[in-house]
Structures are given as C-alpha cells and as structure tokens.
Write a new protein. Structure first.
Length: 95
C-alpha cells in the first residue's frame, strides 16, 4: 500500500508521528511525505528509514487566493504523479 502524508510541520513530524510511520511500514506500506522545506538532517532521517520526502511549495500562513489556488494545483499534480492508495493530511491548514 502506498501512503502519502501531507503536512505543514515537517521538522517536528518525525517526533510526533515517527512510530506510526514505522508501524505502517512494518505492515508493508511505503510512506511518502509531502510538505514545506525542512532541514537536511530531517530529510536524512526520513531516507534512513526508507521514507521519501517531496517538497511542496506552499505557505500555511498565506491568505492570497491566487497563491492558494497554485498550492492546490501543486498538491493535485503531486498526488496524481505519486498515485497513492491512501492520503493522510496532518495539520490544521496546509495551504
């Protein structure tokens, strides 16, 4: 099963949901995380566990409707290219 996780706090995500990701992977799922830019140490941590990370150019603080539409299209295109079986969205407002 291919699971994509879209979130708005990638740096703290591993601390909060790392055990969930590892358990899903033990059950045979492949995990891909999509979110804002994070530090390279965190990306290395994800790589070490076999989790892919894709940067999404989105700003969770933005209120410009044109940038919001652009963010939605970016997410739609990323999901279309990844073709996940399930999507988990973590965060109050991603875009």
């Amino acid at each position: 099963m291919k699971i994509v996780i879209i979130e708005n706090t990638a740096d703290s995500l591993w601390k909060i949901r790392g055990n969930l990701f590892l358990q899903l992977m033990e059950l045979g799922a492949s995990i891909t995380i999509c979110g804002p830019e994070i530090n390279h140490r965190r990306i290395h941590e994800y790589d070490k566990h076999g989790i892919k990370y894709y940067h999404l150019d989105a700003d969770s603080q933005n209120i410009n409707p044109f940038k919001e539409i652009k963010s939605l299209l970016t997410i739609k295109n990323q999901l279309h290219s990844l073709k996940p079986d399930a999507v988990i969205i973590i965060g109050m407002k991603f875009i």
